[in-house]
Design a binder for this molecule. Structure first.
Ligand SMILES: [Mg+2]
Length: 232
């Protein structure tokens, strides 16, 4: 990384923190409340629920529609999206954990005066709670941009344009760090940013996505990189 006026954007899920399937678990709890419990060992139903959640995350349906479709498929009368939101919030403390080194890296960058922001797909109140849980004090005052408010889902360019505005740094000086080759790396590169592929899970990189500017297997490695390239 070059020193000087750079800014860093982070993906959240599987980059700074993990939620261990929080929304899926909240849907199962919601099914219980509807009096239509789902067998946790039924792989077919689990797959169908995961597909529904994936469509919601990709912006193909609203949260209210997703919960309504879920209840309808269970044969339950009436859906209460607000109740599902509350079940999600109640699981944050138990399920959300930082990726090793994440709070330290974000705190270190901010202490050095590097503009930092999170750009994440999802719905705002849950993402904010997850980020606060994972990063603790390092999340205080951290700009968080979420796809529902942006009305743009990564890899859409508009999402990265919003990040550029939030960081206040020329886009060619911005590094975006994320685990998803297509959504994070591909989206950032197409928008004129630099991209760090965070490949901590040991996955292979798809052939049809442009290669990242840099790849890193640990946030501590990134921390060292920033430390070595920044004048104190
Ligand atoms: Mg991710």
């Amino acid at each position: 990384m070059t020193g000087g006026s750079i800014g860093i954007g982070f993906d959240f899920d599987h980059t700074l923190g993990v939620d261990h399937g929080l929304e899926l678990r909240a849907l199962y709890e919601y099914a219980d409340e509807l009096g239509r419990p789902i067998d946790p060992h039924d792989a077919a139903i689990r797959g169908a629920v995961q597909t529904l959640l994936a469509d919601f995350r990709a912006g193909l349906m609203t949260l209210d529609t997703m919960v309504a479709v879920f209840a309808e498929r269970l044969g339950a009368a009436g859906a209460d999206p607000q109740r599902w939101r509350e079940l999600c919030y109640a699981l944050v403390d138990e399920l959300v954990r930082p990726i090793d080194g994440a709070p330290e890296l974000v705190a270190q960058l901010r202490a050095r005066g590097v503009p930092v922001a999170v750009l994440t797909n999802g719905w705002t109140p849950l993402q904010q709670k997850k980020i606060a849980r994972a990063l603790g004090d390092a999340a205080h005052g951290l700009p968080v941009l979420v796809s529902d408010v942006l009305a743009a889902v990564k890899p859409e360019r508009a999402a990265f344009d919003a990040l550029v505005d939030a960081l206040g740094v020329p886009r060619e000086h911005i590094w975006y760090v994320g685990d998803n080759p297509r959504g994070d790396v591909g989206g950032a590169l197409a928008a004129g940013l630099r991209a760090v592929w965070f490949d901590w899970e040991g996955l292979s990189y798809p052939q049809d996505v442009p290669p990242p500017t840099l790849r890193s297997a640990s946030l501590r490695e990134l921390e060292a990189l920033v430390e070595n390239t920044y004048a104190p």
